[in-house]
Design a binder for this molecule. Structure first.
Ligand code: MD3
Ligand code: FE
Length: 235
């Protein structure tokens, strides 16, 4: 992973360049760790830390236009994770199933555009993990309050499984559950903290995964909440 680590130091993302310029400690925190979780799954510890405040400001605008909501599953269950989207397409769930749509079904308007800070972070993280040319067209924003969980699932509503999914964890830490290609496969537990970015592609792209019930904790990003962005190529 050494070559990719040095590649991640060449980012022209303003926040990351700024952190690198501020000193070796922060620079290490941003670019110091690139671990392979599994074939196709790469964790970039702290990769989003330097641009987290910029993302928070962008999220405030997104949420003003497309508020968080608890979607309904096809089985008529209310999801405990609150969700919204930005980008050309947004993922949603209702009684009819799961799908991507260019319009927010709650407002009838297009989803808010994907801020450049988010699109660039996704492209740079994907490139650092070996997926050059990733251009996300959808960003699902998940909000977890204490006690919220996301049950085990696969992400398979996208058109092209060759594109990776990039996830950005913000706020309080969570335990990510990482399974295999079959629901009953054993689960690995991975702690995801504020600023951690994970790129899921290739053979990891269709693995089952979920988030364990969020423990009570506090973090300056969003108090007791965890926010996760998943950047996707939907169409
Ligand atoms: C592994 N979100 O939105 S991100 C989701 O933290 C979702 O909110 C979780 O699962 C969250 O669909 C986990 C990590 C993640 C995202 C997509 C994956 C892991 C993945 C796709 C394939 C394999
Ligand atoms: Fe998922």
């Amino acid at each position: 992973m050494t070559a990719r680590r040095s590649a991640s130091l060449q980012l022209d993302l303003p926040g990351i360049a700024g952190a690198a310029a501020r000193g070796a400690g922060e620079h290490e925190a941003v670019a110091g760790a690139c671990e392979a979780l599994a074939p196709g799954a790469v964790v970039l510890r702290g990769f989003a830390r330097a641009c987290a405040d910029e993302i928070r400001d962008a999220l405030a605008e997104i949420v003003a236009a497309a508020p968080f909501r608890h979607m309904t599953t096809p089985g008529n269950r209310r999801m405990s994770v609150a969700m919204t989207n930005c980008g050309a397409f947004g993922w949603f769930s209702d009684r009819s199933g799961y799908r991507y749509s260019a319009v927010d079904p709650d407002s009838g308007r297009p989803w808010p555009p994907m801020p450049a800070v988010i699109a660039t972070l996704g492209a740079e993280a994907a490139a650092a993990a070996g997926f050059a040319g990733f251009e996300p067209d959808a960003c699902l924003v998940n909000r977890y309050a204490p006690g919220t969980q996301l049950s085990l699932h696969q992400d398979k509503d996208e058109r092209d499984f060759d594109a990776p999914i990039v996830s950005v964890s913000l706020g309080v830490p969570a335990t990510f559950l990482f399974g295999g290609l079959r629901r009953r496969d054993p689960l690995a537990r991975v702690r995801l903290e504020h600023g951690d970015v994970v790129v899921w592609g290739g053979p990891a792209r269709l693995r089952y995964h979920g988030i364990a019930r969020l423990a009570a904790a506090e973090h300056p990003f969003a108090g007791s909440e965890r926010v996760n962005l998943t950047l996707r190529r939907a169409q």
